[in-house]
Ligand binder design. Structure first.
Ligand SMILES: Cc1cc2nc3c(=O)[nH]c(=O)nc-3n(C[C@H](O)[C@H](O)[C@H](O)COP(=O)(O)OP(=O)(O)OC[C@H]3O[C@@H](n4cnc5c(N)ncnc54)[C@H](O)[C@@H]3O)c2cc1C
Length: 466
């Protein structure tokens, strides 16, 4: 299977099939601007609603990548069920992966919109699940009945325990301090990030690096404060991270490593970021990019089994057989993926399970997702962009084999980690020519034939997907 692209085309709308209907649960907030019925109208079935004919009602909470994808796949499959999707964000569903490009000014917000199912409700939050009555209670007073409920509630940003982050009794972030998770976060940051504005990004993972390069593209003076020894620790090793750091520096980002932020103070409309070593950074904007946590509050309150995420089995069923969970909020086999590729895989599989596709039999189910994470850092004028692809475990354990190829002058680095005859991790940086072979071997978990040298993984492009 070739490496998956997370550009908008990857999430383009499958052609709608016949038979499925998306029914509107009307409420007082218009959300995406399509529904304006009064709040007392609770649940409206259309004339031809399958529910009237005893059809299955699928209610999806969360209109992010997973929820929107599931709704479209059900429609595309011509599912004879009545689908209702609610999403708390007021924007029409969009591809969250591309928010950094919106922040950088590369894409307008409408370019990253996901295709909408008719009647999808934005700006409505589910506040309670009544499992006995099989009803979802929404913040606009509407009640959504379900036969199958799908939780696709995604993640919340982790807000680090910084002294002074919240004023006493406040739960809102102070003015000038932003998370980077939603379109609203992105638009607020974009309007604050004028040329010359000072910005401190707290956290040097994929999210922090993406935010830092986007703010730099807007002309902000950016400091990236990373607590760990190198940037993107979850995806890269020290060598690759050093190349990324140089690239960020060439974009004008000042990178501080092993730098723990301890507190924040507001001073005359600006902020002072206090570091653990006593150093203080004056800034206008602070971006908190300290990871995410699965959003499990609704599931927990409803008494579903929750570990780090909402626990699901191979059929993406929670501890209640009428409730499924997909995407960032779900935990399968001890893993919370937090990746768009997994959200898409799970949504696609669940659509097949709910429509009686080939995977609906007892023998098939979700077996995990093996997706590459890809990122492109634009280059400063004289330099080309830096392409990054990473997957699995990039840092070997004792006994693993490591193959590396590096060209420091050209900023190229390739590495794979092998355990026995399997590829368990890798990094490509600067030149993704071998991505095709590598992605196929990784995503299909192919054994490396004993008579073939694994060096081909670093040198062969057996059909690039890039
Ligand atoms: C800036 C950024 C860059 C990223 N880059 C990458 C990348 O390069 N590669 C990658 O694989 N992943 C990336 N990710 C992660 C990826 O976006 C997520 O894995 C993906 O969005 C998960 O999809 P989801 O539908 O599960 O959750 P989400 O996209 O978070 O959607 C969940 C939705 O549910 C809504 N919701 C939650 N609770 C309720 C409720 N009670 N009622 C109604 N609605 C509710 C939320 O408001 C949200 O809109 C990135 C994320 C960000 C923020």
């Amino acid at each position: 299977m070739p490496g998956r692209s997370l550009e908008p085309k990857a999430l383009s709308s499958p052609r709608p099939g016949r038979g499925a209907e998306v029914t509107v649960a009307r409420g007082k907030r218009a959300g995406c601007g399509r529904v304006t019925a009064p709040s007392h109208a609770l649940y409206v079935k259309t004339k031809t609603s399958p529910a009237r004919r005893g059809g299955h009602r699928v209610t999806i909470i969360g209109a992010g990548i997973a929820g929107a994808r599931l709704a479209y796949q059900l429609r595309a499959a011509g599912a004879r069920c009545e689908v209702t999707v609610i999403g708390e964000e007021t924007h029409a569903p969009y591809n969250r992966v591309l928010l950094a490009d919106v922040l950088a000014g590369r894409y307008a917000p409408e370019v990253v919109a996901l295709p909408q199912a008719p009647g999808m409700r934005c700006g409505v939050r589910a506040v309670r699940i009544d499992r006995d009555a099989r009803l979802v209670v929404c913040d606009d007073g509407s009640l959504l009945p379900y036969d199958t409920l799908v939780l696709a509630t995604g993640s919340n940003p982790v807000l680090p325990p910084l002294r002074g982050l919240f004023a006493a009794g406040e739960s809102e972030l102070p003015e000038g301090v932003h998370a980077f998770r939603t379109m609203d976060d992105c638009l607020a940051l974009a309007s604050a990030a004028r040329p010359g504005v000072r910005a401190v990004v707290v956290g040097g993972g994929l999210l922090g690096v993406s935010a830092a390069r986007a703010l730099a593209a807007r002309g902000a003076q950016v400091v990236l404060a990373q607590q760990g020894e190198y940037v993107m620790e979850r995806h890269l090793d020290a060598t690759a991270a050093a190349l990324v750091r140089s690239h960020l520096e060439a974009l004008g980002v000042e990178v501080h490593l092993e730098c723990r932020v301890r507190g924040l103070t507001a001073a005359q409309g600006a902020h002072v970021v206090e570091l653990a070593d006593g150093y203080r950074l004056d800034t206008d904007i602070v971006v908190l990019a300290c990871g995410v946590r699965p959003r499990v509050g609704l599931a927990q309150a409803a008494g579903l089994q929750v570990a780090r995420g909402i626990v699901v089995d191979d059929r993406l069923c929670t501890s209640d057989p009428h409730i499924r969970a997909i995407g960032d909020c779900a935990e399968h086999d001890g893993i919370v993926y937090g990746l768009a590729g997994a959200a898409i895989d799970q949504a696609d599989l669940l659509a097949r399970l709910l429509t009686g596709g080939p995977e609906s039999g007892p023998q098939r189910g979700y077996a995990g997702t093996r997706a590459l994470t890809r990122l492109t850092l634009p280059g400063p004028s004289a330099q080309s962009p830096l392409d990054i692809a990473a997957f699995g475990q990039p840092v070997p354990l004792a006994g693993d084999d490591v193959l590396r190829l590096s060209d420091a002058t050209r900023g190229i680095y390739r590495k794979v980690v092998l355990r026995d005859d399997r590829l368990i991790g890798g990094i490509l940086l600067g030149d993704l020519a071998t991505i095709g072979t590598l992605a196929r071997t990784w995503e299909d978990d192919e054994a490396i034939a004993p008579d073939s040298s694994p060096l081909h993984l670093l040198t062969h492009d057996g059909g690039s997907s890039s």
